[in-house]
Design a protein around this ligand. Structure first.
Ligand SMILES: C[S@@+](CC[C@H](N)C(=O)[O-])C[C@H]1O[C@@H](n2cnc3c(N)ncnc32)[C@H](O)[C@@H]1O
Ligand code: SF4
Length: 380
């Protein structure tokens, strides 16, 4: 669940951002955005997803592995301890998936996967050898999950997780940690309270815990479960973002923000809030700093605990086209392109400096519903 808790807040955070020096800590790579699922709420392939506007192009475009490796080498030459999140689409459909992961490991970079879990079984040994965390999407007990992600997908994913757990146990391996993420949407929110019991029923011999943002590593587990609110915006706020980007940063934005637009969110927020509080209490998690889910869904304008974003000082996002951005979900302010520019040109370039300068004093209209503001307290 997302948290208001950050070590720094309000004026202290504003002051901190003014003095921040860029230091790369994380890269998020979308080497392709191909996906074998069509989850209804997905901002890429879902009902209002941006990829549907140009599906053939999105399917065709995959990052050239030689170019990507060259860029990774440039990053590794001047940075240590960079964590890499690999996502998509479905990351295991990227044609050079194993070569990419192996290369990152050869540069001592830790690899974290965001995956729909459908293709794990073919790669169990590879994942055990190379990946730190597999973050797998399960959007509720079987009937809810299957309604969102396709008939039969709950059983496929659970079978895959079971196989991974068994092989880890057999080989006495700690990695990859397995984390399950449920996005709370109108289709499934009433089943939030049934997710952990249904997983405990399915994985009878495994220890399943609720992810505790304040104490993420305290409890022994085989599987950690996390709930995330739906990222969303309204048409008005999205349009205001597009206008702001044009006026202040001279950028014509992509259609990506439209993938987050929800005219109305059909969720009984008081019902969901109570259920979540019951779940947190039952699982022994202190939720006093968590984002209030009722406020989150009912007023798009409110900003929660962390009022400023520091991601552009610590993170790069590489998309399937080679374009590099500072924002994870919004491919709008382009810093450069790895086919044409070196890491140094991108990270230390004028465009990156201009964007960071703008964020020192202003937030973008989409920032208040971005994961980078609500991520765990210790991220960055
Ligand atoms: C885009 S997916 C890519 C990884 C993989 N295909 C998967 O489904 O996990 C990354 C995460 O974003 C979530 N997601 C997609 N659309 C979202 C939205 N509008 N709000 C919040 N999370 C969303 C997915 O559920 C998943 O946990
Ligand atoms: S599996 Fe992931 S990328 Fe694919 S449609 Fe679902 S949420 Fe989107």
């Amino acid at each position: 669940m997302w948290t208001n808790a950050g070590a720094l807040r309000d004026d202290a955070l504003v002051d901190y951002v003014q003095k921040l020096a860029p230091q790369l800590k994380q890269m998020t790579i979308f080497p392709s955005e191909i996906c074998n699922y069509r989850c209804n709420f997905c901002h890429i392939w879902g009902d209002t997803g941006w990829a549907l506007k140009e599906p053939q192009r999105v399917i065709r475009e995959q990052l050239d592995i030689a170019v990507l490796k060259r860029f990774i080498d440039q990053v590794a030459a001047v940075n240590r301890n960079v964590g890499v999140i690999l996502t998509g689409g479905e990351i295991m459909l990227y044609q050079h998936f194993e070569e990419l992961v192996s290369h990152l490991r050869s540069k001592r970079m830790n690899v974290y996967l965001l995956t729909n879990g459908s293709l794990i079984k073919k790669r169990i040994n590879f994942l055990i050898e190379n990946v730190v965390i597999c973050n797998i999407s399960i959007d509720g007990p079987r009937e809810y999950h299957d309604e969102i992600r396709g008939k039969g997908s709950f059983d496929t994913i659970c079978d895959n997780i079971e196989a991974l757990l068994q092989e880890k146990k057999r080989r006495k391996k700690m990695f990859p940690y397995i984390s399950i993420n449920m996005v709370l949407s109108p289709t499934n929110y009433k089943a939030a309270k049934d997710l952990i019991p249904s997983l405990r029923e399915r994985f009878k011999d495994s220890t399943i815990i609720l992810h505790d943002t304040k104490n993420p590593w305290m409890k022994k587990r085989d599987i950690a479960v996390n709930f995330s609110p739906l990222l969303y915006t309204t048409p008005e706020r999205g349009q205001a973002y597009a206008k702001q980007m044009k006026e202040h940063l001279n950028v014509d934005v992509s259609p990506a923000w439209q993938g987050f637009v929800e005219e109305a969110i059909d969720i009984d927020t008081q019902y969901l809030k109570k259920d979540l509080q019951d779940i947190w209490a039952a699982e022994g998690v202190d939720y006093s700093d968590y984002v209030d889910i009722h406020d989150y869904y009912t007023d798009i304008h409110n900003v929660f605990g962390r009022s400023k974003c520091v991601a552009p000082w610590h993170e790069l996002i590489i998309r399937r086209t080679g374009d590099v951005y500072p924002c994870v979900d919004l491919p709008d302010y382009k810093l450069g392109n790895i086919y044409e520019n070196s890491y140094e040109e991108i990270w230390e370039g004028e465009r990156a400096a201009t964007f960071r300068d703008y964020l020192k004093t202003d937030n973008l209209m989409m920032c208040n519903r971005c994961t980078r503001l609500f991520a765990d307290a210790e991220t960055f």
